[in-house]
Design a protein around this ligand. Structure first.
Ligand code: 4AD
Ligand code: MG
Length: 464
């Protein structure tokens, strides 16, 4: 058995060999002397053409097949006289696993992404969503490869946690169904909903970030990264937000903000390079049908240095620009996505790091700068997306961190173990979080974040 992609990429010596291909039928053309089947197994975009001779025993079956049927073909690889493919297969035998009738929703025509979201269990069989899935997988592989090659240890941070890592209160709380309650666990009078709280002896949530665990391990293994699902109960009715998304979070001991940004730039470039070297067919497809000029964009991003600008300079640039913004720009307020996109798309026209944000708008753990007004934070803004990465150097001074926690209105007791990392052998350290779906969007040019994760979760949807 051989995958379609291996046939297409094979040397000429494959001609004449007998292969077995399995897949789903995209099209059938009956030309009396021959039936042509196009079979796709998801290993590549184009599928492979199967030629069934009119005189063969499989011909009647072949010509009656319909789009969506699953088949297995044994045949000989021959050079294809047609354009667009190097080889095709002359069928010797054909086996049908399962047919698909006329109600199969993916008949050959273009479907809107919105329509496809309603059939998320089938949409990976389309060209676009199939290509997204391959590129997403490849980006995950290149993520692991980038960090592992540089001596980072891969850390599995917990999904259930009592900590609010961002201190922003955007948490999904965990409860249990009454039926899950084992008899020997004591419950409160308050009722069944308290079971989870009782179980963990604290209110417990789905994690918003693995950062705090990563800091714990970075202050032991030096360089670590997490890569897992994170959850936010924020308004995710946008094309850039999900309630469940995947985050890549490296954390480096003995590192400052400069090291942090340099690592993020190298990582993003590495991933783009990897996809361009290994999935050109898919990138060309996206460049043609999804985002015109995608190829040139990726080529520039991987080869040109990113821009660097302080928050204070960025505010100046925005104030001096002739652009009409909906939200005014003032030092001390957070940049809105219209501002972020202006900086990346119009002013710098490439990915740009904005760093040293006002202390008042950033998370409690970010290191206070000497000016006492800004923190050593950074966001990486990219054209078409806005914020792709958010990170910082961490506050490693115990007394300063205790004060920041109090100022943020958080309870010191809730962060007791996090504070101990500063009490025992504290070191300068830094890290960042990259929104994995936003990276997939950036590399594929896909407009809506709901189309780059297999089964999106957002207000009103946790189906499939
Ligand atoms: O900027 P954020 O909130 O940073 C953190 O969570 C830090 N703890 C990361 C760290 O320093 N280890 O989130 C990081 C990135 C954002 O830049 C964005 O790309 C993505 O995560 N992100 C989301 N992606 C999809 N849907 C959402 N609701 C997202 N919220 C953040
Ligand atoms: Mg952020």
């Amino acid at each position: 058995r051989i995958k379609v992609r291996s046939i297409q990429e094979a040397e000429e010596s494959i001609v004449g060999t007998e292969v077995k291909v399995n897949g789903w039928l995209r099209t059938v053309r009956d030309q009396k002397q021959f039936a042509f089947l196009n079979i796709n197994d998801g290993s590549s975009l184009s599928g492979v053409q199967i030629v069934v001779d009119g005189s063969s025993g499989s011909y009647d079956t072949a010509k009656s097949l319909t789009t969506g049927s699953s088949v297995s073909v044994v045949g000989t690889v021959v050079k294809s006289p047609g354009k667009g493919q190097k080889y095709e297969i002359q069928a010797k035998s054909l086996h049908v696993f399962g047919t698909a009738d006329q109600s199969y929703p993916l008949q050959k025509k273009r479907h809107s992404f919105e329509f496809l979201r309603g059939i998320a269990h089938l949409r990976a069989r389309t060209n676009a969503i199939g290509a997204v899935a391959r590129v997403r997988s490849s980006l995950a592989y290149s993520t692991h490869k980038f960090f592992c090659d540089r001596g980072f240890a891969y850390l599995n941070s917990p999904i259930l946690t009592a900590s609010d890592a961002e201190g922003a209160g955007e948490l999904f709380q965990v409860t249990t169904l009454p039926v899950a309650k084992p008899k020997d666990i004591k419950t409160t009078d308050a009722g069944e909903a308290d079971f989870a709280e009782d179980f963990f002896e604290k209110p417990t949530f789905l994690t918003v970030s693995g950062q705090l665990s990563a800091e714990s391990y970075a202050t032991a293994l030096s360089d670590v990264y997490t890569f897992g699902p994170t959850f936010r109960a924020e308004n995710s009715n946008t094309s850039r937000h999900l309630a469940e998304f995947w985050m890549v979070e490296p954390e480096m001991a003995f590192a400052d903000l400069q090291d942090d940004m340099a690592n993020a730039e190298a990582y993003v470039k590495y991933c783009i390079n990897y996809v361009m070297e290994n999935h050109m067919e898919d990138v060309e497809f996206f460049s043609k049908f999804v985002e015109k000029g995608l190829m040139e964009k990726l080529e520039t991003v991987r080869s040109q240095p990113f821009a660097y600008v302080s928050y204070t300079e960025a505010v100046q640039i925005l104030q001096e620009s002739k652009e009409k913004f909906v939200f005014p720009v003032e030092w001390g307020t957070d940049l809105q996505s219209e501002h972020e996109r202006y900086l990346a798309e119009k002013h710098f026209q490439r990915p740009v790091f904005v760093f040293n944000y006002p202390v008042g708008i950033k998370a409690f753990y970010m290191r206070l700068n000497d000016d006492q007004k800004t923190v050593a934070a950074m966001d990486l803004l990219v054209p078409g997306i806005g914020e792709l990465v958010g990170g910082s150097q961490r506050e490693e001074r115990l007394d300063v961190l205790e004060k920041r926690i109090a100022d943020a209105g958080l309870e010191k007791e809730d962060y007791w173990w996090y504070l101990e990392l500063r009490k025992f052998g504290t070191v300068p350290h830094a890290g960042y979080g990259l929104g994995f779906e936003r990276l997939v969007q950036f590399v594929t040019g896909m407009d809506n974040i709901r189309d780059v994760i297999p089964f999106p979760r957002h207000p009103g949807n946790a189906e499939f």
